[in-house]
Design a protein around this ligand. Sequence first.
Ligand code: AMP
Length: 181
Amino acid sequence: MEKLSTKDTQILLESIRDIPDFPKKGIVFKDITTLLSNPKALDILMTHLENRYQGYQLDYIAGIDARGFIFGSILADRLGIGFVPVRKKGKLPYTTVAEKYALEYGFDEVEIHIDAFGKTKEAKVLLIDDLIATGGTAKAAANLIEKVGAKCVEACFILELDFLHGRKGFNTPVYSVLHIE
Ligand code: AMP
C-alpha cells in the first residue's frame, strides 16, 4: 500500500480552505470545494485512494450526505464498483432503514435504502466522507450498513480532526488521508 508523500500531503492540505466562524462562531470549517476545483490535487487524492483500495475486493462504496457522495462516486467509478448514498432523513424515495445519532444539542438521523446492496451476501463496503469530527455521523452510517446485512470493512475520510478523537469507539478500522492535530 503506497504511503502519500510529504509533498503530496502538503499539496492536499494547501488545497483545502479554512473558513473561520462557519457555520457558527468558534468553528473552523474545512472547505473542500477548493480541493475539488484543483484538478492536480483531486487527481493526487483519488489516485492515492484508488491504489489503497484496489486490493480490498470491495463490493460497494457508501458515501455520506453530501460531500461523501463526491469522493465516493469518483472512487467507485475508478474501482469499477457500485456507489450507495447514506442520506439525511427524508431524502431517499424507497423503503429505508434509519439510525439516530446525538449532536451537541439534540439528534440527527441518517438513512439507507433497505435493498442498497442488492442481493450481494455480506457485501464488503467502504464508508467514505470528507471529514471526521466527533465521529457521530460516520458511526451511525457504519451501523446502517451492518443493519441492512452488509459489512463495513473500513471508514475512510479525507480529513480527520484528531483533537476531537472521533475514531474512538469505532468498530471498524478508520483511515484518514490527512490529519489536523
Ligand atoms: P461528526 O459527526 O462530528 O464527525 O461530523 C462530521 C460531519 O460534519 C461530516 O459530514 C463533515 O462534513 C461535517 N463537519 C463537521 N465539522 C466540520 C468542519 N470543521 N469542517 C467541515 N465539515 C465539518
